[in-house]
Design a protein around this ligand. Sequence first.
Ligand code: PBG
Ligand code: ZN
Length: 322
Amino acid sequence: MFPETRMRRLRSGSLLRDLLSESSIKKEKMIMPVFIDENLKTRKPIESMPGIFRYGTEDYLKYIQGLADKGVRSILLFGIPSGKDAAGSSSYDRNGIVQTAIRGIKDSTGITVIADLCLCEYTDTGQCGIMQGQLVDNDSTLTTYRKIAHTYADAGVDIIAPSGMMDGQVGAIRDELEKSGYSNTLIMGYSAKYASNLYGPFREAADSAPRIGDRKSYQMDYRNSREALRELELDLEEGADMLMVKPALFYLDVLREARVNFSLPLAAYSVSGEYTMIRNAVEQGFLGKDAITESITSIFRAGADLLISYFTEYVCSGNLDE
Ligand code: PBG
Ligand code: ZN
């Protein structure tokens, strides 16, 4: 009770505040998404994401080596192929864009390579799976996911991250890895992934917007949180090594629920729309730069162990303009 208890005693100086801080941002817990475009030789800006580029076949390695030099420890790879078709067949090409990049990166850096596994960048429909009539067909899509996982593992990927929200995707990939001798390849499940409006800029970045329909028949409804616990539970049962909640900032309640209910490492994905909102407000001077740090801290405070963020490079380098 006041006056014996004075909360302001805890905040009276910056060293004291540091001493008593409950959460912090750790570079080694952060993952930088990287877009590699088979159609480009050198980088091209992504209009909706200031400071973020698609890299081309001739400059992605140099960029990633630069990230490693700045202290970035992990990257999440997305590929934009030169050709799309109904089956998304360029996704499981042994010499596809992601497979080639994985080999190149693992040969030249010590960085941890996580590869997103999905079909929306590779299908002519822009859907995350194979269409049958008007619907994305779950089980035939799993057959394709297995093929992709196999080629990623052959290329030497560290972690496979299936993002398509097909039922059974983690189990199918785990089974494929086990059968092909890759029992040490990790799986990061995009377990509770919502059908969010915040993916807009990404779809420009990865050229993966659905040409027809939307993703609501497989991604989660944003009105639900108990359902997220079921999704997380299933990924755990199917053999995921770590779980994820995505997006992050609008879903901190879900993240906290996940933290309380599961003991697996828990990732959060602070998605493209979160980056764009904050970055633009900072750029225009409407928010201070520290809003970036505050937003990232809030995600760790809510319970994330790992964070995929487009601000990872900035956090490691301290420079927004590179
Ligand atoms: C592909 C995928 C998406 C994101 C990651 N993997 C887009 C989507 O599901 O529409 C979103 C990432 C972001 O917005 O930063 N399935
Ligand atoms: Zn997808």
